[in-house]
Design a protein. Structure first.
Length: 279
């Protein structure tokens, strides 16, 4: 897909995968509407990219329906067209369901599933009017196999994948590409800022960079894939453990031991990096 002068909306666009994707789309000549709650972070990435691309920001909470409507009005007004939507914003409560705050369980579903469905509904007529484009949803390996300790998050990402696949069939002849990227752990603040509560099982899988996931998002806009699980070996593992739950239970102790070692290594590197910064 050629992005020159096309308009791309990215939720969760102020840091991590969203910011990395914004950099790639800007390099390709796309206009950008970046969405996140933190205005300061949005302004920072917009300032970085404005010498390469037209960039506007829209600070908002994607779980607010009225703000979602306003987002598309603003984008259409600023750029005159909408070609690509990247549903990247996410929320994760790392807790067993019984001990999780009720409001966090609700917000997990609101941000990870309800918001992408609403945003996609609002995007479709604009992308049709532009002559076609793409909607890329960012799910997770936790949406490919159940993850104890992250049941609400896992359910929301399963739902996002199902929504993507079903809607792709509904609009298969529309010229609008629907796809989902399902990454494992990503080396961003989304996971590292909450490292002590992140499960050892999560750290048992190879970690991708934000840039790798961002490149997958860009690639999915223009290829024939419906889903990209990454890394590939983890995609195979999640398929097997979904189809054979007994295998997941059998492998879990060994995976958790590996993850515990990897987590300790990450924490040691983080402490060393902090010490170098302080000195």
């Amino acid at each position: 897909m050629i992005f020159k002068d096309k308009t791309v909306i990215i939720t969760g666009g102020s840091e991590g995968v969203g910011a990395a994707a914004a950099r790639l789309f800007a390099e390709a000549g796309a206009n950008l509407m970046l969405v996140a709650r933190n205005r300061k972070n949005l302004e920072a990435i917009a300032a970085e990219l404005r010498d390469k691309s037209r960039v506007e920001i829209f600070p908002m909470d994607v779980s607010d329906a009225d703000s979602c409507v306003d987002l598309f009005k603003k984008t259409q007004f600023e750029f005159g067209r909408i070609d690509v939507l990247v549903n990247n914003a996410g929320f994760h409560v790392r807790s067993y369901v019984e001990s999780a705050p009720v409001e966090d369980l609700g917000r997990t579903n609101d941000v990870n599933l309800r918001a992408p469905i609403l945003l996609t509904r609002l995007a479709l007529p604009h992308i049709r009017e532009a002559g076609g484009g793409a909607i890329i949803n960012v799910a997770s390996l936790a949406g490919r196999t159940p993850v104890p300790g992250s049941a609400a998050y896992s359910a929301s990402k399963f739902g996002l994948r199902a929504f993507t696949f079903a809607l792709a069939e509904e609009i298969r002849d529309s010229g609008i590409k629907l796809a989902v990227v399902s990454p494992g752990p990503i080396s961003t603040q989304f996971i590292l800022a909450d490292i002590d509560r992140t499960s050892d099982l999560t750290f048992s899988q190879p970690m991708s960079s934000a840039e790798e996931v961002a490149q997958a998002i860009v690639d999915l806009c223009g290829n024939n894939q419906r889903e990209l699980a990454m890394p590939a070996i983890s995609g195979v593992l999640t398929t097997l453990t979904y189809l054979m739950p007994w295998l997941g239970r059998a492998l879990r102790p060994a995976l958790e031991r590996r993850g515990s070692r990897v987590k300790k290594e990450f924490k040691a590197k983080a402490r060393a990096s902090a010490s170098e910064t302080d000195s």
